[in-house]
Write a protein that binds this ligand. Structure first.
Ligand code: AOF
Ligand code: ZN
Length: 367
């Protein structure tokens, strides 16, 4: 592993990150092709929707210059026949001399098979370059393939004392414009934005990506066990233009189901908890089976608590504004009924950044 390998893999990871939120159910993969003289002759990232893959795009750019070159790929090139031949075979056919990858693809159709095709063709293969940052980029895809559910990131925007609204429910706005813009950029890098029915009823949100130019729009999900949300809300009125998915239980009345379907929403009936709420793991499994890899949960407190109790929160993005609301305000997280402190789920701090007058903390579930 040389400094040049690290530099080119970093470049490939930067390309891959640009695909986040657009390539589900596939991973966002980056590929950079470097000629023997060190020139970058091709670059590619998995296309929106997951096809074409990164490698054929980079190879097409490189053309004849791919012969004898090194290909840097953030995930093992695929080994299976889809609508096009496997990427590993495309690299062989292009005459690439060496392939450097960050991770093995956990998809059972690949799982080492891509590396094997390359080696069998006499190509030098170096694996594991920048595996840690690549695992971060691929965390959603790995979660879908190995756990059958998307990666879940919980976002909370709170005051210094952890309140997300006043007692009367006023919450617009706790954080400043910069933080809210960051949230929109985060939505765009996720496959879906998810809220509970209480939040959807109280806020009538759009849950879209705004004021950022042409951006991919995430799927908008409401977890609403009995389909209480009226179709005549902003999500309902825009369901034909931008996907709205509703996760409910068998208790949802037929007229509500019909009305939402007629409005263009996609419905997921899943198992209920003994209390009659949507079972959070059943909900996420249904979303994973439908292809989602990265879900951005924006509340409310009840959904966040249900996810936490089932240990389904992988990451937390916590914005803090320099304000106080007090104990009569609403907390970002509902009751967890822990009983003992040692049962508190713990998160590890990844990074902290100022955002305008506010602060954002990135936390990851400690395993
Ligand atoms: C690559 N390069 O850019 C991506 C890969 O449904 P298909 O046929 O498009 O295949 C999807 C699988 O391909 C996906 O599960 C993952 O294993 C791999 N994704 N592979 O060589 C890429 N996105
Ligand atoms: Zn491929």
């Amino acid at each position: 592993m040389s400094p040049a390998d690290l530099c080119h893999m970093r470049h490939a990871l930067t390309l891959a990150r640009r695909g986040l939120g657009r390539t589900w159910p596939n991973p966002a993969v980056g590929c950079v092709i470097v000629a023997p003289d060190g020139r970058v002759v091709g670059r590619g990232v998995t296309a929106p929707g997951g096809r074409p893959h990164a490698e054929p795009q980079a190879l097409a750019q490189a053309g004849a210059a791919a012969r004898g070159a090194t290909a840097y790929v953030t995930l093992e090139p695929c080994a299976h026949h889809g609508r096009t031949p496997p990427c590993a075979e495309a690299l062989v056919a292009a005459g690439v001399a060496r392939v450097v990858t960050a991770l093995t693809d956990p998809d059972p159709r690949v799982a080492g098979g891509g590396h094997a095709i390359l080696r069998a063709a006499g190509i030098e293969v170096t694996e594991g370059v920048l595996a840690m940052p690549a695992a971060r980029v691929n965390a959603g895809f790995f979660s879908r393939v190995t756990r059958g559910r998307p990666l879940v990131t919980l976002k909370i925007a709170a005051t210094l004392d952890g309140r997300i609204a006043t007692a009367s429910g006023e919450s617009r706005w706790i954080t400043g414009a910069e933080a809210r813009r960051r949230v929109h950029a985060m939505r765009a890098s996720h496959d879906a934005v998810m809220v509970g029915a209480g939040t959807a009823l109280a806020d009538d949100p759009m849950l879209d990506v705004r004021d950022m130019g042409a951006m991919p729009q995430p799927v908008r999900i409401v977890v609403d066990s009995r389909l209480r949300l009226p179709v005549d809300c902003r999500l309902g009125r825009s369901a034909g233009a931008q996907p709205v998915w509703l996760v409910h239980t068998a208790a949802a009345p037929a007229p509500a189901r019909d009305a939402w379907r007629a409005a263009g929403a996609e419905l997921f009936e899943v198992a209920a908890t003994p209390e009659g709420r949507v079972d959070p793991l059943a909900a996420l499994s249904a979303l994973g089976a439908r292809g989602l890899t990265r879900v951005f949960c924006e509340g409310g407190a009840a959904l966040a608590a249900a996810l936490s109790t089932a240990d389904l929160i992988d990451e937390i993005v916590w914005f803090t504004a320099g304000a106080l609301i007090g104990g009569d305000g609403r907390a970002g997280m509902g009751a967890l009924g822990l009983g003992r402190l040692e049962l508190a789920p713990r998160f590890r701090l990844e990074s902290v950044e100022p955002v305008g007058p506010d602060i954002v903390h990135f936390w990851r579930r400690a395993t």
